[in-house]
Design a protein around this ligand. Structure first.
Ligand code: FE2
Ligand code: FE2
Length: 326
């Protein structure tokens, strides 16, 4: 006789997790594909663009983080989260991470030749600061144990670090340029990615907070110390990464301020006290985000250069396939 394990079916009729359905609905409302953005309109500006090297490295770095988030982050956290609704939400988030990772390739294909693209992907493998953050975060993801809330919380913490903090050294550049009318369509792709990351950071931060409440005060203190230590370690690495890739642009100090601003946001998503003093973030980057209708505004519309949405609005007839029988 087989020793059968009893599998449970996900039941969306009975709420098991606060807000899981809200996050699910919002993520699907934001469905997008990179090919819907007319990145080819950036080609003319790209040809004369002074800091192509920085731009390519920024996108190479973002590609790696989204690859890790697709293949390891969302998979591992979804696998070990025992709430079936949250598991489903995390699986959907994982699909969007795969879209993000693919969208940078779409930008590369549009702007660069094959040799240049190969060189970027080689650089990704060799950049020590980039590899350090990928390793540091992945190690936490891969350490989750079955039915162990502590290692699951740690992985959620690491995920929020990635989504709400570490992406922003990269997001800065396209937003900074796009906000001034340079390579605006590529920036539009980034603003759509950023809008997804904003939900992911809030949702996983929220799931983490629910777990955190179950721990004893002593355990909570211990986990907080662990978390701030990880953040500081990632922060120090991020400062070096920023100096490395932005060296030729002179933008490092402004990128660093933006990174600190987002490290605080990540902590807030996790319900923890912020760490860095408030400071001014470059207004072009902040305005760029708002104009593109993204960051922390959950219910924003897709941005101004979102080409496909303008072609044909979705109506009841969109799903009427009777014409096939005619
Ligand atoms: Fe992503
Ligand atoms: Fe994400």
């Amino acid at each position: 006789m087989l020793d059968l394990k009893q599998y449970e079916a996900v039941n969306w009729n009975k709420p098991t997790s606060d807000l899981a359905k809200v996050f699910w609905d919002q993520q699907w409302k934001q469905m997008w594909q990179p090919e819907e953005i007319a990145v080819s309109k950036d080609i003319k500006q790209w040809k004369d663009f002074e800091h192509q090297d920085t731009y390519k490295k920024v996108f190479g770095g973002l590609t790696l983080l989204d690859t890790v988030q697709t293949n390891i982050g969302m998979n591992e956290i979804a696998k070990y989260n025992n709430d079936l609704q949250e598991k489903a939400v995390l699986t959907v988030f994982g699909s969007f991470e795969a879209i993000h990772a693919k969208s940078y390739s779409y930008i590369f294909t549009t702007l660069c030749n094959n040799d240049e693209i190969d060189a970027v992907f080689e650089w990704v493998k060799k950049n020590e600061f980039l590899q350090y953050k990928a390793n540091r975060i992945s190690d936490v993801y891969l350490a989750i144990k079955e039915d162990d809330d502590e290692s699951l919380w740690k992985a959620m913490f690491a995920s929020v670090m990635l989504e709400s903090f570490l992406f922003y050294s990269g997001f800065f550049y396209p937003l900074y340029l796009g906000g001034q009318g340079t390579l605006r369509n590529s920036a539009e792709v980034i603003s759509l990615i950023l809008r997804d990351e904003s939900i992911h950071g809030v949702a996983i931060g929220f799931f983490a907070q629910n777990l955190f409440r179950k721990f004893s005060p002593e355990k909570q203190d211990e986990l907080k110390v662990w978390g701030y230590e990880l953040l500081l370690d990632l922060y120090q690495n991020e400062m070096k990464y920023t100096e490395d890739i932005y060296a030729e642009t002179g933008l490092s100090p402004e990128v660093k301020a933006y990174v600190r601003y987002n490290a605080n946001k990540a902590l807030m998503n996790l319900g923890l006290d912020t760490m860095f003093p408030e400071e001014e973030v470059n207004p072009i980057v902040m305005n760029g985000i708002r104009n593109e209708g993204s960051t922390y505004d959950f219910f924003s519309q897709k941005g101004s250069t979102y080409a496909l949405a303008k072609v044909q609005p979705i109506t009841d007839d969109t799903f009427n396939f009777n014409f096939l029988e005619k």
